[in-house]
Ligand binder design. Structure first.
Ligand code: SF4
Length: 348
């Protein structure tokens, strides 16, 4: 049976049905609609003002590849300039190949690329070294917790180096819904209370961040990459199978099978979520060590690195944070009364 005509141009045969709307479109009309929706997200949310220098967090994966490609296409409409910033976490057998994909994209699209490495920024720590350290403490399943915090800091550092005024990341609707589910499952009222807006406005001197693909489903991101013939790296990180996120992903898939709107429902519920004032996190202040935004004595990155440097990585996450913060409170950076560290604690 021949495919129906495209519901938009009526000239070509439809090549897909949009997963949520069921609309039958040809590849060209789908890509145009996808780009128009991202443009609407950026304009309606006032995410990227004209003149912004935008650092795109580029991992080589499908999401950041699609984001960079779409924003590049929208650059004349938005009046922005783009820089690719890639983070090398130091994951053997994975990141090198992903970075190669980012370098190909930068060359093909003629976009400047800057790579920042954990090893240089965080006193010699790579993710492989973190994984070895946490394995001994029984916290190897927490690799992504460490990595997520450090990557956020590394991306901020890379963006500052290139003079960016804004940071964009490729998180899609499925990523956001998984995060909301994870926060519920962990009972993390603080993160839930921050809601799931389109990004952060740049409190405490941090650069504003946003997620222009936040309302785009993973399926449509993949379809866009397919029809635009984008070259991206699709292998999974070696530490991903251990991540708690995988359980949230499985649960979300089952929810979506029963209720197709589950992903966007979760994204929107996080946007609207308002907890009782008592459950809201304290007003963020400055990290006592590096000065970055922090809701406790140490920011998350310094807390994690402190635990690693003491050979007690479990201190740095979960309930152990309290002990770490208490230890960190009296001292100042460089205070000899602090416990000795095996590696220099970086400044940012
Ligand atoms: Fe880092 Fe986890 Fe992502 Fe691997 S899967 S790059 S460890 S956050």
């Amino acid at each position: 049976m021949p495919a129906p005509p495209c519901a938009s141009c009526h000239a070509s045969r439809a090549a897909l049905r949009r997963p949520r709307s069921g609309q039958a479109l040809c590849g060209a009309c789908f890509c145009a609609a996808f780009e128009a929706e991202v443009l609407h997200t950026v304009l309606a949310g006032r995410l990227l003002p004209p003149g912004a220098v935008v650092a795109v967090g580029a991992s080589g994966g499908k999401d950041s590849t699609v984001l960079a490609h779409v924003l590049r296409a929208l650059t004349p409409r938005l009046g922005i300039s783009l820089q690719l910033v890639a983070v090398d976490e130091g994951i053997g057998g994975y990141r090198d190949a992903a970075l190669a994909a980012v370098r190909r994209q930068a060359a093909r699209w003629e976009l400047p690329l800057t790579v920042v490495a954990y090893e240089d920024l965080f006193g010699g720590w790579t993710m492989d070294a973190v994984a070895r350290s946490t394995a001994g403490s029984g916290r190897s399943r927490s690799c992504c917790t460490f990595c997520g915090v450090l990557r956020r800091r590394a991306l901020e550092e890379g963006a500052r180096r290139v003079g960016a005024t804004h940071i964009v990341t490729g998180h899609n609707a499925d990523d956001m819904a998984e995060t909301v589910l994870m926060n519920f499952l962990r009972g993390d009222a603080g993160r839930l209370a921050r809601g799931g807006g389109l990004g952060s406005p740049g409190e405490g001197g941090a650069l504003p961040r946003c997620r222009p693909l936040q309302f785009a489903s993973q399926k449509e991101v993949v379809l866009y990459a397919h029809f635009r013939r984008l070259d991206y790296f699709s292998e999974e990180c070696v530490y991903a199978p251990e991540a708690f996120r995988g359980h949230a992903r499985d649960l979300l898939k089952r929810l979506e099978a029963a209720r197709p709107s589950a992903v966007l429902d979760l994204v929107h519920s996080a946007e609207r979520l308002a907890l009782a004032p008592a459950a809201r996190p304290p007003r963020p202040g400055a990290c006592s060590r590096c000065g970055a935004l922090a809701s406790r004595a140490l920011c998350q990155a310094c807390a994690l690195l402190d635990g690693l440097n003491r050979g007690r990585p479990r201190l740095a996450i979960g309930k152990g944070r309290r002990g770490l913060d208490e230890e960190a409170m009296p001292g100042t950076p460089g205070d000899p009364a602090r416990a000795p560290t095996s590696k220099a604690v970086p400044t940012f």
